[in-house]
Design a protein. Sequence first.
Length: 289
Amino acid sequence: MFKYDYLRPASVKEACELLALHGDSAKVIAGGTDLMVQIRDEDKKWANIKYIIDIGHLKEMKYIKEDGDSICIGALSSHTDIVKSKILQKYAPFFCEASSTVGSPQIRNMGTIGGSIGNASPASDPVPPLIALDAEVKVVGTSGERTVLLKSIFANSYKTTLKVDEIITEISFKKMPTEAKSVFLKLGRRKALAISRMNVGVIVVVDSMGFVSDVRIAPGCIFAVPDRVKIAEDVLLGKVPTRELLVEAGKKVSEEMINRTGIRPSTEFKKPAIESLTTRALSQALEVE
């Protein structure tokens, strides 16, 4: 097993300073549900890690609150915190549903939303709903803080755009309108303790005339960098939803997957699967059979 020094900063500021001091030989840990397993298994990409900086005890990063028309979530909020939050159950229920599918109860108790984002796994369950919500993240480093769109944090699978001394401290998004409907669906090898083969988060709003006034489709596991699929959203936007349109939107998602990633051995499975999953999610949200 790799050997490393354990550091426990007293604040976010000190944690950033430690990251700046030790550079690529240091890694931040919160819940440790991903990093510690990889270190235990001697994953070669962590062979140069000499310092583990534990921020899991920093209460300043553990909260879920309303701020006007926005919801703010501290990056150290656990998946269990999210599932149980009355605020999130009201304003982003599909985000709660996604968080409830992460690992086991023990993993949900330990794992944090900031860690899920920082790990940059393309198979993350909480990320697609956040992408659909156009979430932003607050990032803090030795030179100050900045707020950016969540999707800009991802550079590639398991790679972020964070600077060496930066830490994700908060996730925020606008409250969904009361008439909005949201759905998260996941496809895995098992019903529990399963890493997603693919997933999708959708939000839809239908106006008083029956037309779709807003729609957001954010699939997971099919792109290296998570994103909404605008070409699929445009199929429904401004129209009265029908089964045919939902199927067409699902097809647009699979087409965009191929456009971005090309034809792969898994495409034969993924193409019909993501089409069906997207269609099902939209069908549930819009109550169209």
